[in-house]
Design a protein around this ligand. Structure first.
Ligand code: SAM
Ligand code: DTB
Ligand code: SF4
Length: 342
């Protein structure tokens, strides 16, 4: 294989990931919990707040997405938010206890004229003492450099599903284009936040295929968002059959075992999930959530309800391990399991 993202002997084959999925539930969670405790404080959860800085009107056809122009979901297209409004939202997120602020734009890729404003947002959010993350679609080299120069900590760009299932979900952007953007982001020294969506009607081998792809990136992503599909009326996936919630928990556990030092984020779909399943996700090694009343366009649990849930579970809100040295994974040493950058 010539693809630099895909070494000829990948770290994880789909068959090996499938063998983890097949473990008895208790054995799987035990392994995941052991892995988690070897690298992290088991009772700390990192809080990331999302803001949609440019909503709707996206030309891509991602079948899950309420923001695609291809589907009638009632989401109206808006312009890029003014920098001052974004910084005001970041200030509120910080006051509420978030440590990372993630700004999302419904673009296939940003236009050159947008980059100056985005770079200003990144600098402003960083100056507040928050970690920065943006998700803007595909990037070219120059755009990536501009974001890196602004001090961006993370770029979110998901693989979304296994290559085998991908064609049933998106036709306007190739899997390889996603891998290419991730490689460019990495080359500029920006951490990657890369995960996918579970519950889109994919098979277990497809779920295992996604995890194998993520875990075989070299190195694997510093941050791994595992989203549960939010079934939005008007999208082609609105009537997708519900997934067994334990299968979602298994996916979190398998992500933790295969990517031991990554921040594994229990992402979209928590509003539709009961507290017991969320607690099992934390037991399976999730150590980050989206925190705040909305995701991008859909509902997330109220911040107050999340604080109450964390308290009931004896979990503490805490920041990501130290990123000061640049690359998160390189910075995580064996003695860092209890050290945090507050
Ligand atoms: N347009 C950019 C892109 O696609 O890379 C950035 C924003 S896009 C909304 C970010 C991610 O949100 C998608 O890759 C997908 O994983 C997630 N997402 C979107 N709609 C979702 C839904 N209905 N349920 C779960 N996750 C969703
Ligand atoms: C990610 O993996 N999930 C977030 C974030 N990255 C940008 C987005 C979830 C979006 C859910 C649907 C919506 O609210 O529009
Ligand atoms: Fe556009 Fe991103 Fe939604 Fe796909 S997921 S339609 S690229 S906003």
């Amino acid at each position: 294989m010539n693809d630099p993202q895909m070494p000829s002997s990948p770290a994880w084959r789909t068959a090996d990931v499938l063998a983890l999925y097949a473990l008895p539930f208790n054995d799987l969670l035990w392994r995941a919990q052991q892995t988690h405790r070897a690298h992290f404080d088991a009772n700390a959860v990192q809080l990331s707040t999302l803001l949609s800085i440019k909503t709707g009107g996206c030309e891509e056809d991602c079948a899950y997405c309420p923001q695609s122009v291809h589907y009638d979901t009632g989401v109206k297209a808006e312009k890029l938010m003014p920098v001052a409004d974004v910084l005001a939202a970041a200030r509120r997120a910080k006051e509420n206890g978030a440590t990372r602020f993630c700004m999302g734009a419904a673009w296939r890729s940003p236009k050159p004229r947008h980059l100056d404003a985005i770079a200003e947002m990144v600098r402003g959010v960083k100056a507040l003492g928050l970690e920065t993350c943006v998700t803007l679609g595909m990037l070219d080299e120059q755009q990536t450099r501009q974001l890196a120069d602004a001090g961006l900590d993370y770029y979110n760009h998901n693989l979304d599903t296994a290559p085998e299932f991908y064609g049933q979900i998106i036709s306007t952007r190739a899997y390889q284009e996603r891998l290419d953007t991730l490689a460019r982001v990495r080359a500029e020294g920006v951490n990657i936040c890369c995960g996918g969506i579970i519950g889109m009607g994919e098979s277990r081998p497809d779920r295992a295929g996604l995890i194998a792809q993520l875990a075989s990136l070299n190195p694997y992503p510093e941050s791994v968002p595992i989203n549960h599909l939010v079934r939005v009326a008007g999208t082609p996936l609105e009537n997708t059959e519900a997934l067994d919630p334990f299968e979602f928990v298994r996916t979190i556990a398998v992500a933790r075992i295969t990517m031991p030092r990554a921040m594994v984020r229990l992402s979209a779909g928590r509003e539709q999930m009961d507290d017991g399943i969320q607690a099992l996700c934390f037991l399976a090694g999730a150590n980050s959530i989206f925190y705040g009343d909305t995701l991008l366009t859909t509902a997330n649990p109220q911040a107050e309800a999340d604080r109450a849930l964390l308290t009931r579970l004896g979990l503490r809100a805490e920041a990501t391990p130290d990123l000061a040295a640049g690359h998160a994974l390189a910075a995580v040493g064996s003695n860092l399991s209890r050290t945090r950058d507050a």
